[in-house]
Design a protein around this ligand. Structure first.
Ligand code: ADP
Ligand code: MG
Length: 321
């Protein structure tokens, strides 16, 4: 940090009171550790996500959007496990203590933390190339943990919301599009929503679940592998937005199944449990996009006829991504 604004001044000014004071938090920001009480009968679900400038977001990306993206991506993992979010910590590496940047970032983080009723309980603040890490924590009943394993032949394969918009938005970011053209798509990229309520509703009903961060096909492959089953997806049933169809025409669905960054939930569920779910949780559209069968891998059909399964999904250390 530059001499003008010390690390401690940054923490005090921007990160000491983010979110709501959750009852489980005995001690938050300010001491050597945060101290948290585990509610009786609950298990702790935790996950960590890092976003690096130039890798996960473009150079010069707006700080409020960055806060939304890192928050959405990190809390989406709790949604995928059926956990109720509680608190989080933030490791922030900044090239300089730019007060405009810091207030844009902290204000959006505070807004989201309040919206999802979570508390920022600690972190680390260092100087270096821009990178943000969020570690998120939530509570889940042991008997209701949603995992990638557990899909069974005969289950339906379902997806929340629509996919593909965030991936399509990336092409606009390069040319710094403003409102108007591509703005629906940009919104999906800038402000991904973690499907917390849906994850909570799925706990105890779905047999497996994952959040779609790397792309539908890539993430479906994780469920297939962990569950020891085959997943069959009908491309015509994959939900895409009107904005994506306007953008890509008839290629929209084949683009969407490989696009990342949407953070919708992909889950397997029996048909009677799906009926219970949709009776209970009507705020978000749920689409049946396929089924679970015996076998292995992910199989795509269009109009009932098998087509080649794309080998997509972003891999950081692969020479052929
Ligand atoms: P230590 O040197 O003991 O690790 P620090 O000086 O790094 O402590 O941090 C002081 C306090 O501020 C700790 O409670 C830490 O969790 C908190 N903190 C540091 N950076 C952040 C941040 N970016 N957001 C939230 N809390 C932070
Ligand atoms: Mg210490």
């Amino acid at each position: 940090m530059p001499a003008s604004l010390s690390e401690f001044a940054v923490i005090a000014a921007y990160f000491s009171q983010v979110g709501v004071a959750v009852s489980e938090c005995v001690m938050g920001v300010g001491d050597d550790c945060a101290v948290i009480d585990c509610p009786p009968g609950m298990s702790l679900a935790c996950s960590i996500d890092t976003m690096v400038e130039g890798v996960h977001f473009p150079q010069g990306y707006a700080p409020d959007h960055l806060a939304s993206r890192v928050f959405g991506a990190a809390f989406s993992d709790l949604a995928a496990m059926g956990a109720r979010p509680s608190h989080f910590s933030l490791a922030l590496t900044l090239p300089e203590a730019d007060t405009d940047w810091l207030s844009g970032f902290a204000q959006r983080l505070s807004l989201l933390a309040a919206r999802y009723s979570v508390q920022l309980v600690g972190g680390d603040t260092t100087r270096g190339p821009l990178s943000i890490t969020l570690q998120v924590h939530g509570w889940v009943e042991k008997s209701k943990i949603l995992t990638r394993a557990g899909a069974e032949p005969g289950d339906l394969l379902c997806l929340s919301g629509e996919i593909g918009d965030a991936g399509a938005a990336l092409r606009y970011l390069a040319c710094s599009a403003s409102d108007g053209v591509g703005s629906d798509l940009l919104q999906a990229y800038h402000q991904p929503e973690p499907r917390i309520d849906l994850g909570l509703a799925l706990a105890g009903l779905a047999t497996s679940c994952i959040d779609v961060s790397d792309g539908l096909v890539a993430d479906a492959a994780h469920i297939a592998a962990a569950s020891g089953c085959a997943l069959h997806i009908e491309l015509d049933h994959v939900p895409v937005s009107a904005a994506l169809v306007e953008e890509l025409g008839e290629d929209a669905k084949s683009f969407a199944i490989e696009a990342g960054d949407d953070y919708e939930l992909l889950f397997s569920i029996s048909s009677d449990k799906l009926a219970q779910l949709t009776a209970r949780e009507s705020s978000l559209p749920i689409h049946v996009i396929g089924a679970v069968a015996q076998g292995s891998g992910v199989h795509i059909a269009r109009g009932g006829r098998a087509i080649a399964t794309p080998q997509g999904g972003y891999r950081h250390f692969s020479s052929a991504p």
